[in-house]
Design a binder for this molecule. Structure first.
Ligand code: SF4
Length: 395
């Protein structure tokens, strides 16, 4: 029997989903819509209502706001500003809060970045994905490589605070030379942060269906592993620290690393509210997800109904497993004593065979209170996560 843990201490975060895109990329399975700009105003009205009136279990004190999508850079400056104010009206937003907005290169110019900055955003993530023109065309992106590079330069010039870029390794048409060039050309511009994801081929997307039908080649696991190795080696050699399996923060001596403080909430078992289409939230041990159909979401809010579609009150064992999965993604790993105290068990002892087997395979190290994955373990993290899953019986 393990204990139901108390709510973690420390401020939470707020996620806001903006689902509108100008087109749909073939690999995307997010809650998005293309060609529905007619619904922007009613959607924003619904979003404001949800922020003001729902999710009462959410943490009151927050220090991060994250606009994700979809394509939040399609909002005007005043629409972004109004949403930030709505969050400030509802929550106690700590001074120095991190406010992040996801963007696509085709929406950015020096003026557009200045508008986003003046609306209160201090961290801009840019969805570059690749600089290879044939890759970008193949997956339906709305920009080419030069436009993406220009967007990073414009963001830098506008002094928005932090500039982050998102990439995906393993997209169709990508070759090792093109991937190397993408990394190098972007690193020269010194973004503060890289998120580099490996293409997932188990989602229901047009790209996955094309692979299943044999119209597009599926990336080989070894090629994905090589891309991850190259990315890690290269970015670490030019001043970035891999602080999470897919995330790299620029390190500047004497300054705090430029990590994503919002995403740390997910990896450190901290609570967050989530507003908007398909948005997820996690607080009071409960994970909830909103419905993913745009018109249903809008009409629920118009009628004063909660648009929740999934509500999962986690068993403490399930929650502990999730805490371990997410925490082990971080390079610093997890603090076994602190987590054990929260759940009322000896973490070292309860999972002893899992830790020992992973240590013997070179996937994991234990040092004092800390348990963390090795570099090989970060690459093969699913082997460790699979062993953790179901090790303790659900209650
Ligand atoms: S722009 Fe982003 S959110 Fe929109 S379809 Fe493409 S990948 Fe998905």
């Amino acid at each position: 029997m393990i204990a139901r843990p108390p709510e973690p201490e420390g401020p939470g975060g707020v996620y806001i989903h903006i689902p509108f895109c100008s087109r749909r990329c073939t690999y995307c399975d997010f809650a998005t819509v293309a060609g529905r700009d007619d619904a922007m105003e009613p959607y924003l009205a619904a979003l404001h209502r949800e922020i003001a009136e729902l999710q009462h279990g959410a943490p009151q004190v927050i220090d991060t706001i994250f606009f994700g999508g979809g394509t939040p850079s399609r909002l005007t400056g005043s629409q972004i500003y109004d949403l930030v104010q709505a969050v400030r009206n509802r929550f106690d937003v700590l001074p120095g809060a991190e406010i992040t907005l996801e963007s696509n290169p085709e929406d950015l110019s020096a003026e557009a970045v200045a508008r986003i900055r003046d609306a209160g955003v201090g961290r801009l993530t840019i969805g570059v994905q690749s600089l290879d023109p044939k890759v970008l065309r193949e997956v339906g992106r709305g920009h080419d490589g030069d436009r993406a590079l220009k967007a990073v330069e414009d963001a830098r010039a506008a002094n928005i605070g932090q500039v982050a870029v998102d990439l995906i390794a393993g997209l169709p048409g990508e070759d090792p030379g093109g991937w190397t060039a993408t990394l190098r050309r972007l690193a020269v511009l010194r973004p503060d942060h890289f998120s580099v994801y490996l293409l997932e081929t188990d989602k229901d997307t047009p790209l996955t269906r094309a692979m299943q039908a044999g119209r597009t080649a599926r990336p080989e696991d070894d090629d994905l592993a090589d891309a991850w190795e190259e990315t890690t080696d290269y970015l670490e050699s030019v001043g970035y620290r891999q602080y999470e399996i897919s995330n790299f923060a620029r390190t500047v001596p004497g300054e705090r690393d430029r990590v994503s403080r919002h995403n740390l909430k997910y990896w450190q078992d901290l609570p967050y509210a989530g507003f908007g289409l398909g948005a997820h939230a996690y607080h009071q041990g409960e994970r909830r997800g909103n419905r993913r159909d745009l018109d249903g979401y809008i009409s629920d809010l118009a009628a004063g109904r909660d648009p929740v579609a999934e509500l999962d009150r986690w068993d403490p064992v399930r929650r502990l497993e999730e805490t371990l999965f997410m925490g082990l993604r971080l390079r610093e790993g997890v603090d076994a004593t602190r987590i054990g105290a929260r759940y009322g068990l000896d973490l070292q002892e309860s999972y002893r065979t899992v830790w020992e087997n992973a240590e013997q395979q070179g996937l994991l190290v234990r040092s004092g209170d800390r348990i963390r994955l090795t570099r090989t373990g970060r690459l093969q993290s699913n082997a460790v996560f699979g062993a953790l899953l179901g090790h303790l019986p659900l209650e």
